[in-house]
Design a binder for this molecule. Structure first.
Ligand code: GLN
Length: 485
């Protein structure tokens, strides 16, 4: 079950498979492997097959686009009408969404059936998928290891062939880091390109949805479905529609690749460094030149992020009060007691930690010292990138400092966990597009991710670079050896 979207689309077009058959195959594989991987929180085969039948009917009438009938999985952060939408939290464990997120509407309009909702860190806070109320996801390459987070379920289900592609969201690295740890390709678009409407909010100025798939070409096809203006998200950008696949076949001759020295220093694992170096060599062979650049303020990105993201989260998560929707503590004395018990019982430890940090940095007397300072750093970080993009077309480096770590290895030390995103967070602070693609394996057979960072709206160029690299290599085509019993 390692077909690309492109391949599935032609199977459907040639009448060699129906959407119902494809969905049945994926649902069977989910039934057999999900008990091990825990990549899906919710599946609803009846609903999936109803969508598949509708897609087949559309095709029979000669209607529907190229992807009509091709199924995908959605991160459980997207509200989808009639689907339980949990965001990985006890707070929303029984919440059935009454409406669709913009992203879900787009997939429905493309007649792409939903295979299920994928597991994730609680409220997308985490780098290992271990903060989920529904238990950790396991990495298909080694089930004793984490898949990365927070879009760990999406990454694992694509890597294991439980879905041909999935949606993810990335606030500080949650598409790219799990893509790297699971050996798939993922793209975080420029902030504002994909609507956040109906996407459960974590840190609104950083959150951005994007595709996770087997290769860059599939990511381009998914971007064509997902991207676009939506007046219901006040930060959605009104721009002309673009075809994200338009530059895939361009040669890389003359491409200037920036190598930030800060991304190749202490803390980077030796095997990851070697694989990234080899990828740089490959791009040179394809006609690229490299230029050394500096992103001096990027070393402050984790510190700035862990002030700003919790600050926004503390405000966004104030809505979970047991009154309007979601979990309510069964026993309480008065209103205040109900609020307190609901939030004490409904949220997990990491979410509480973020709410407390966020409330602290926004409080009188600390606001200037922390929140305002972090906002200033954010500006300096964005300025570093602007400077760098005068000298290069794309920036390249590792996605994560190491390959997949063991379950439980970093849970005792939050700061250690936060440092998993050391190379991804600056991109969100600047609002830039970033992607991760497979560039090798370590000695234990675990995938290594290569990160590409582009200037604002350079997604098509980044996908071009990634696609040309994938034409010349086969890292992305490898799959973990899982037995579907
Ligand atoms: N790992 C980071 C965090 O815990 C980023 C998460 C994300 O991108 N959603 O906040």
């Amino acid at each position: 079950m390692n077909h690309t979207l492109k391949r599935l689309s032609s199977l459907l077009a040639e009448g060699k498979a129906s959407s119902v058959e494809l969905c049945q195959d994926y649902l069977a594989r989910i039934a057999s492997l999900n008990p091990t991987l825990n990549a899906f929180v919710t599946t609803d085969p009846e609903r999936t097959l109803a969508e598949a039948r509708a897609a087949d009917a559309l095709r029979a009438e000669g209607k529907g686009g190229a992807l009509a009938g091709v199924p995908v999985a959605h991160k459980d952060i997207f509200c989808a009408e009639g689907w339980r939408t949990t965001c990985g939290s006890r707070m929303l464990a029984d919440f059935v969404s009454p409406y669709d997120a913009h992203v879900i509407e787009r997939f429905k309009a493309a007649a792409m059936p939903c295979l299920g909702k994928t597991n994730m860190d609680e409220f997308a806070m985490g780098s290992s998928n271990e903060t989920s109320f529904f238990g950790p996801v396991r990495n298909p390459w080694d089930t004793a290891r984490v898949p990365g987070g927070s879009s760990g379920g999406s990454a694992a289900c694509v890597a294991a062939g439980l879905a041909p592609a999935a949606t993810g969201t990335d606030t500080g690295g949650s598409i790219r880091q799990p893509a790297a740890l699971c050996g798939i390709t993922g793209l975080k678009p420029t902030y504002g390109v994909v609507s956040r409407y109906g996407m459960i909010a974590f840190a609104s100025s950083l959150d951005q949805a994007g595709p996770m798939a087997r290769d860059a070409e599939d990511c381009a096809l998914l971007m064509n479905v997902m991207a676009g203006f939506d007046p219901r998200d006040s930060t959605s950008l009104e721009r002309d529609t673009e075809d994200y696949a338009r530059d895939l076949d361009k040669p890389l001759t003359g491409l200037r690749v920036g190598l930030p020295r800060e991304f190749f220093g202490a803390g980077l694992g030796a095997e990851t460094a070697a694989a990234v170096e080899a990828a740089i060599g490959q791009l040179r062979k394809l006609g690229a030149t490299t230029v050394d650049i500096g992103l001096p303020n990027s070393r402050l990105s984790v510190a700035a992020y862990y002030v700003l993201a919790p600050a926004e989260a503390s405000s966004n998560l104030s809505r979970y009060d047991g009154v309007r929707y979601g979990y309510r503590a069964p026993e309480y004395t008065d209103l205040t007691d109900m609020y307190e018990r609901t939030r004490a019982e409904g949220f997990g430890a990491e979410v509480k930690r973020r709410i407390m940090i966020g409330t602290y940095v926004l409080s009188h007397g600390y606001y200037d010292a922390y929140y305002l300072q972090a906002q200033k750093l954010r500006r300096l970080i964005a300025r570093d990138f602007a400077e760098a993009f005068r000298q290069c077309d794309v920036i390249l480096g590792p996605t994560a400092p190491t390959t997949a770590f063991r379950l439980g290895e970093k849970t005792a030390d939050p700061v250690e966990m936060y440092l998993s995103d050391i190379y991804t967070i600056a991109v969100n602070l600047a609002g830039l597009p970033g992607m991760s693609l497979p560039c090798g394996f370590d000695g234990q057979g675990l995938p290594i991710g290569l990160q590409l960072i582009g200037d604002y709206f350079a997604e098509a160029r980044m996908l071009n670079v990634a696609h040309q690299y994938q034409l010349a290599t086969d890292w992305h085509a490898r799959a973990p050896g899982l037995d579907a019993s």
